[in-house]
Design a protein around this ligand. Structure first.
Ligand code: AMP
Ligand code: MN
Length: 199
């Protein structure tokens, strides 16, 4: 989204209801030793979801004014969207990465978290996600993000980045891939650049 602005957690928490709604989303990832076609290193399994509106985003959602904290609101949303596997997850303030505001189509403060899991934990989440209350409703499915670039220079991450994302989810993804070194910097830059050249 073009109108998104970064701000500190403290500054973000001063933006209050009813003018502002707070939303929390999380990128969950695990080291993934596998190779595609026995050749291309997968590096990490990074989870995103296809939303009800056809856009891609991260699990999470709006924090209710009744929620005690941002993290409690996030954990309630994760329970609804990821199902029983979410009980094994504890996303805490330590997993917080950043906050952004956007004013259109409504005033939203989007808080973003990143949490590393073991591959076994991530697989359990994937298996149980179809039991989630929101499965087939607000969440059409969880999936892993392709982090590699295929030999044609487009397939993989560049093609993935040409999808339509909700809010600032695309920027959140790129920032996290960079910050946590889930994709080497020059590969990430190449993918972002390739994604700009729409065929
Ligand atoms: P949700 O209830 O998941 O639709 O989230 C509430 C709002 O947060 C969305 O309507 C978006 O405006 C905003 N948002 C910001 N970043 C994201 C993200 N990464 N994934 C999903 N929604 C986001
Ligand atoms: Mn949601």
């Amino acid at each position: 989204m073009g109108d998104s602005r970064a701000l500190s957690r403290e500054e973000a928490l001063r933006l209050e209801a009813p003018h502002w709604k707070h939303a929390c989303h999380v990128l969950l990832y695990a080291p993934c030793p596998g190779r595609l076609f026995g050749k291309i290193p997968l590096r990490y399994a990074v989870l995103m979801q296809m939303r009800f509106d056809g856009r891609l985003g991260f699990p999470g959602g709006f924090v209710d004014p009744q929620d005690f904290s941002l993290e409690e609101g996030l954990s309630r949303e994760l329970q609804e969207e990821l199902g029983p596997g979410a009980s094994l997850l504890r996303v805490t303030e330590e997993d917080y990465l950043n906050s952004h505001t956007s004013e259109k189509p409504q005033r939203v403060v989007a808080h973003f978290y990143v949490k590393q899991l073991s591959l076994e934990e991530l697989q359990t989440l994937e298996e149980k996600a179809i039991q989630a209350k929101d499965h087939g409703l607000e969440v059409m499915g969880l999936f892993r993000v392709p982090l590699y670039i295929l030999r044609d220079g487009v397939g993989g991450l560049p093609a993935f980045l040409t999808n339509t994302f909700i809010g600032n989810a695309r920027e959140q993804l790129i920032h996290a891939l960079d910050t946590f070194q889930l994709v080497p910097k020059e590969q990430l830059q190449k993918a972002v650049k390739m994604a700009q050249k729409k065929p």
